[in-house]
Design a protein around this ligand. Structure first.
Ligand code: UD1
Length: 487
């Protein structure tokens, strides 16, 4: 990274988060709560799918590019969305929410510095660096740091912005970027990404929309969320072609205009519930979702013997085969098998009739859920980036803690299939990415509830811990306010 000492032309300081912004919801309650899950109930019915978290996050950042107001629909109600809204508010934007509709007025961007306290909690908020630089010619964004699944560097974002003409240096943990020259305009360039990073592709695509001339991104990420961002930018008047392939061409325009845009459905949320259906040997449907976004997951589910049918344009049905067959899975950038489905799919393989191998190639430290699955009676060994999963006849409920968002979801759905009670801790991960998680599952017959940690602790005190697993019916019948299981 270039370390030229520079003076940033705009001397704005980080704004405090306006009370008009949308506060990150659930920060306190999720830390103090757990979800108790009583496994063994078959699911039945339809699970509605919310807007895609990862699309919504980057589209919110992309709204910074527009010097008018934008309406964005199908926004899920999630802690991460609240945090991203707070970043925008801190930059001076006016953000208001009405149900799943977000109105963002970016006509005045009064600050060029994103606040550390939010960027450190929401890695995706680093992605405002591209639109800020394109719009203001200056951006100061704290380095997001690593997280549980890996170091997660951002050098591809930085190198790409430098190729577009930005000067970048680090100062006390903050990335300072500015465009030299009176006009403060980035210049189009040909950029080859060493790795098809989703975030770097999105950062550079947004930055290039307002640059002078043509930008070509080679070895670009092809994820549906990249396409959704491109479609949002195009709806604002950007000239982008090739999104969804590995070469994206952007011809810069002087400004972007107001739009009304709807986010795509969340393929990872849909995939999580499809695996929950397969794992509990249930017949359920999920939708709306674009089945083509789930091609690798559907192929792998079918390899496990699970029946998967596409109904109409946007509904997927799963139903159980005779048994769960083992299979190998290898995570890759899209259209490969998504790393964000690895933990959930591993939950399914724990109950397969044979041995499977799961290889994680996208993140270097994303097998931490293995130890928690093993606490539930799974038989998994890790060697490097591979997990060898020996199928067992059943899982047993246990207290478990999710190390990240998808690991938490995976442990929860494993709990749905396990004998007895699973207590899921670490809900601040789960609440980042699953809207109405308990409600959606309860509506299809699952037995789970969120309770204060203090109540869970006292419930866990009796010496009959093991008996909970042996006598699930007696335990279930003593739970207040849990509806009777479907069927
Ligand atoms: C996005 C998703 C995340 C998903 C991931 C991969 C959002 C908000 N998050 O994350 O849910 O798991 O894609 O599908 O959309 N890398 C570098 N240098 C960089 C950038 C990335 O080495 O400058 C590496 C990362 O450390 C990682 C790999 O590239 O090992 C993939 O990361 P990337 O595609 O950038 O993921 P994110 O955009 O962070």
């Amino acid at each position: 990274m270039e370390a030229t000492p520079i003076i940033i032309p705009t001397s704005s300081s980080a704004g405090s988060i306006s009370s008009g912004g949308i506060p990150p919801s659930g920060d306190v309650s999720t830390k103090a709560s757990v979800i108790e899950i009583w496994g063994g109930e078959p699911l039945s019915g339809h699970i509605p799918i919310s807007g895609a978290k990862n699309s919504a996050l980057v589209v919110l950042g992309g709204a910074l590019l527009c010097s008018q107001s934008c309406r964005i629909r199908n926004i899920p109600d999630l802690m991460d969305i609240g945090r991203m809204s707070s970043v925008l508010t801190a930059l001076g934007l006016d953000v208001s929410r009405n149900g799943s509709v977000l109105d963002i007025d970016a006509s005045h961007v009064s600050h060029s510095k994103a606040p550390y306290d939010i960027v450190s909690k929401l890695r995706a908020s680093f992605f405002v660096i591209g639109p800020l630089l394109a719009r203001l010619g200056v951006a100061r964004v704290p380095l997001p740091g690593g997280c549980a699944i890996g170091a997660r560097p951002v050098e591809l974002h930085i190198r790409g912005l430098q190729a577009l003409g930005a000067h970048v240096h680090m100062d006390h943990g903050v990335v300072h970027a500015y465009v030299p020259g009176a006009r403060g305009k980035l210049k189009g360039a040909k950029i080859y990404l060493d790795y098809p990073s989703v975030g770097a592709t999105e950062t550079l695509m947004m930055a290039a929309t307002l640059a002078e001339g043509e930008t070509v991104l080679e070895n670009a990420a092809q994820e549906p969320e990249v396409v959704d961002l491109a479609n949002f930018c195009r709806a604002m008047g950007a000239k982008i072609r090739g999104a969804g392939t590995n070469t994206i061409t952007i011809v810069g325009v002087p400004s972007l205009h107001s739009t009304d845009y709807s986010i795509i459905p969340d393929r990872i949320e849909a995939g999580t519930y499809l695996v929950a259906g397969a794992l509990t040997r249930s017949e359920i449907t999920v939708g709306p979702v674009d089945p083509s976004h789930l091609t690798p997951l559907i192929a792998k589910l079918r390899e496990t013997g699970t029946k998967v049918e596409i109904e109409g344009r946007n509904t997927i049905r799963v139903s159980p085969g005779e048994k769960i067959l083992p299979t190998d899975v290898h995570t890759l950038p899209y259209p490969g098998f998504p790393t964000d489905m690895q933990a959930q799919f591993m939950a399914l393989l724990t109950l397969a009739d044979g041995n499977s191998m799961v290889t994680e190639t996208v993140f270097e430290n994303r097998l931490q859920h293995v130890a928690e699955f093993n606490r539930m009676g799974a038989d998994i060994r890790v060697k490097g980036d591979c997990a060898i999963v020996r199928g067992v006849s059943h899982l047993s409920g246990a207290p478990v803690t999710g190390s990240d968002l998808r690991a938490s979801a995976a442990l929860a759905i494993a709990g749905l299939a396990a004998k007895g009670k699973t207590t899921l801790h670490g809900l601040h991960h789960l609440d980042r990415g699953y809207e109405k998680f308990e409600e959606k599952l309860t509506n299809v017959g699952a037995r789970l509830r969120r309770i204060p940690l203090s109540e869970a602790d006292s419930a866990a005190q009796p010496t009959s811990g093991d008996r909970l697993n042996e006598q699930p019916v007696a335990i279930v019948s003593s739970i207040p306010a849990i509806p009777a299981a479907a069927g």
